[in-house]
Design a protein around this ligand. Structure first.
Ligand code: SF4
Ligand code: SF4
Length: 223
């Protein structure tokens, strides 16, 4: 899921300078789990903005904030409240904010900072384990990503700084290459540690990323 953190309220007020009437947009997926754009946070934001002299013309928590077709449809259902607003405050990730951008001509402002693609470790605790590099090497590394979880992102590790299984850059973190070694040892594939991995092709995903699922005749996907 996409991990977001709410901007300081003062920054949000600064974004909204000159916009006295505001429509709020939350997201029922990632931003709800991150507690940055669920029903509760949208209501809290409405209260806080009202206390600070804004008029909240309405609000919606989209089922999925980055679903552009749904956003357009749901915005149409709230046309009056959106039309009467000077701006929309988007309480989802940057992708959701841009879905809103294309669903209205009104100014849109982000309430959140978007941090990373995160695994949910437990409720309210997230960790990055994949950096979306477009050319996955997990088959070579025991299912543990050195691109993301090694602080130096090295493909031929470990570096000389690993210390008792911890990383020299951040001793709070396990050394990714120690984890990889241990996993390959469990699998009886330690010879993979000796294989040279060539420099990574950072062009595997050209930004901005685009992907269309190829469909076979009859509607089944190739994937
Ligand atoms: S190598 Fe790492 S960053 Fe790249 S796709 Fe695989 S898990 Fe993600
Ligand atoms: S100690 Fe391990 S995780 Fe840290 S930079 Fe070196 S190889 Fe990467």
């Amino acid at each position: 899921m996409i991990i977001t953190r709410q901007k300081p309220f003062e920054s949000i007020l600064k974004e909204l300078e000159g916009s006295s009437r505001v429509f709020l947009v939350g997201c029922g997926e990632c931003a709800t789990l991150c507690e940055t754009g669920g029903t509760e946070q949208v209501k809290e934001m409405a209260d806080a903005l009202t206390k600070n002299g804004k008029e909240v013309t309405g609000s919606i928590v989209l089922e999925v904030g980055c679903h552009e077709l749904d956003a357009k449809k749901d915005f149409r259902a709230h046309k009056k409240e959106i039309e009467s607003a000077d701006a929309l405050l988007i309480m989802s990730c940057g992708a959701g904010c841009q879905a809103a951008r294309d669903a209205t001509e009104k100014p849109v402002f982000p309430a959140n900072d978007t941090l990373f693609l995160g695994n949910v470790m437990r409720y309210g605790q997230f960790e990055e384990k994949c950096r979306l590099c477009g050319e996955c090497v997990l088959d070579l590394t025991g299912g543990i990503c050195p691109v993301t979880r090694c602080h130096k992102g090295i493909l031929n590790g470990p570096c000389g700084g690993t210390n008792n299984g911890k990383c020299e850059v951040d001793p709070e973190n396990d050394c990714a290459w120690t984890l990889i070694y241990q996993q390959l040892e469990r699998e009886g594939k330690l010879e993979k540690m000796k294989e040279y991995r060539p420099p990574k092709n950072w062009n595997a995903v050209v930004k901005p990323g685009k992907h269309v699922i190829e469909r076979k005749k009859g509607g089944d996907s190739d994937a």
